[in-house]
Design a protein around this ligand. Structure first.
Ligand code: 5GP
Ligand code: MN
Length: 330
C-alpha cells in the first residue's frame, strides 16, 4: 500500500482541481471518507468539490454541517462542468463506475486522472487503484494514507469523519475484518478528537418514527427457507409511501436479520422505482458475493448486493430461491 500512497502523492502534486465522489445510497464509510479527504486536500490548498448521486442520509448530515456535498442531479449542468474541468477524480468506497449512477457518463468522459480508493473486490478500471479487501473500511485506508503523508493532517474533524466511517462499516466493531489495527487506529482517532459516544449517538440513536414502522412491516414480511437458515425480507414502495420513509431508512435492516438464530443467509429486497435492489448477507464461509453476481452485483464475502430489473417481488423471490438451491449444491 505504501507504494500506492506515494504514487497518489505524485498525482496530487500535479492536480489542482479535484472532484470526490462515492456510491449511491452512501453509508457512513462513504460520507466519512469523502469529507475527511475533502478537508485534508483543502488544507493542502487544493480546489476540491464533492459531488454525489444520492442525498446524504439524515443520520450522517451532522458530518456535513457546512453543506459541502453537492448533488449531481440538483445541478447537472454545473456539476458536469466541474467534473469535466477536474484534473483528478477520486472515487471512494466503490470500484464500479455504475455505482456513481447518474454521474457515470460525466465521470467516464472527463479527461481527469481517475483514482479509486476502496476495500471491495473488483477489477482495476482506474489510473490508480488503492484497494485491499482485508481492510474493514475505506476510512481505515484513508487514515493510513494521510498518516503516510503526515499524522498532523488528521484534524479533529477528519478524526471524527474517519471514526464514523470505520465504526459504521465494522457494524460498531463486530464484523469479521475488525482487528487490532482497526481498534488501534480508532484509539488514535479518539486521541485526535473523535468523540466515540457522540458519534455513535448521532448515527444510531435518532431513529425516526417512520423507520420504526417500516421495520415492523419489514419483520412481518419475513419468509424462512432451507430449514430456517435462509431468510428473505421485503420493503416495497407502498411501505415507503405509507410511513413517509425512503430507501435510506432500510439501512441496517440486512444486518438486523442476521441476528436471528440459525440464519446463515439473509436477503433483503427493496423495491425502487425502476428496479429491485437486493442486499445479501451471509455467515462463515458462504461467499455471497459470488451469488450476488447472478443478480448483477457483487461485494464482499459476507455482505454483497445486486439489482433485479424484474419488477415483480414474487418473481424475484422465486428466482432467488431457485438460484440459491443451485448455488448451495455447487
Ligand atoms: P448493501 O447491502 O449494504 O447495500 O451492500 C453490501 C455490500 O455489497 C456493500 O459493501 C456494497 O458495496 C456491496 N454492493 C451492494 N450493491 C452492490 C452492487 O450492485 N454491485 C456490487 N459490486 N457491490 C454491491
Ligand atoms: Mn466501505
Amino acid at each position: 500500500m505504501k507504494n500506492k500512497y506515494n504514487e497518489l502523492k505524485k498525482i496530487l502534486n500535479k492536480s489542482k482541481r479535484i472532484v470526490l465522489t462515492t456510491h449511491l445510497i452512501p453509508d457512513g464509510d462513504a460520507i466519512g471518507s469523502e469529507l475527511a479527504v475533502y478537508r485534508y486536500l483543502k488544507d493542502k490548498g487544493k480546489d476540491v468539490t464533492i459531488i454525489n448521486h444520492s442525498v446524504t442520509p439524515d443520520n450522517l448530515i451532522f458530518l456535513d454541517k457546512k453543506n459541502i456535498i453537492r448533488y449531481f442531479r440538483e445541478d447537472i449542468e454545473n456539476c458536469t462542468k466541474i467534473i469535466k474541468k477536474a484534473d483528478l477524480i477520486l472515487i471512494l468506497d466503490t470500484n464500479e463506475y455504475s455505482r456513481v449512477k447518474s454521474m457515470e457518463k460525466a465521470v467516464r468522459e472527463s479527461a481527469a486522472i481517475k483514482v479509486c480508493i476502496d476495500h471491495h473486490l473488483g477489477k482495476n478500471q482506474f489510473d490508480l487503484l488503492i484497494s485491499d479487501t482485508n481492510y474493514p473500511a475505506t476510512s481505515q485506508i484513508l487514515y493510513e494514507w494521510i498518516c503516510n503523508d503526515n499524522p498532523k493532517y488528521i484534524t479533529p474533524f477528519i478524526a471524527k469523519c474517519l471514526y464514523a466511517g470505520i465504526m459504521t462499516d465494522t457494524g460498531s466493531f463486530r464484523y469479521p475484518r475488525t482487528n487490532e489495527k482497526t481498534l488501534e487506529i480508532c484509539a488514535d482517532l479518539i486521541r485526535k478528537g473523535a468523540d466515540p459516544v457522540k458519534i455513535y449517538d448521532d448515527i444510531y440513536c435518532n431513529i425516526a418514527k417512520g423507520k420504526v414502522k417500516l421495520l415492523a412491516r419489514f419483520i412481518e414480511s419475513f419468509s424462512f427457507h432451507f430449514d430456517d437458515t435462509v431468510i428473505i425480507g421485503v420493503v416495497t414502495q407502498k411501505d415507503f409511501e405509507e410511513f413517509h420513509s425512503d430507501v435510506q431508512d432500510v439501512e441496517g435492516f440486512s444486518s438486523f436479520i442476521m441476528n436471528i438464530k440459525n440464519i446463515k443467509v439473509g436477503m433483503v429486497l427493496v423495491e425502487l422505482r425502476d428496479s429491485i435492489k437486493i442486499s445479501f448477507r451471509s455467515k462463515g464461509n458462504i461467499h455471497i458475493n459470488e451469488f450476488a453476481k447472478i443478480f448483477n452485483g457483487g461485494g464482499h464475502k459476507n455482505a454483497a448486493g445486486g439489482t433485479s430489473f424484474d419488477k415483480s417481488i414474487d418473481t424475484v423471490k422465486r428466482k432467488l430461491l431457485e438460484k440459491y438451491r443451485q448455488f448451495q449444491s455447487l
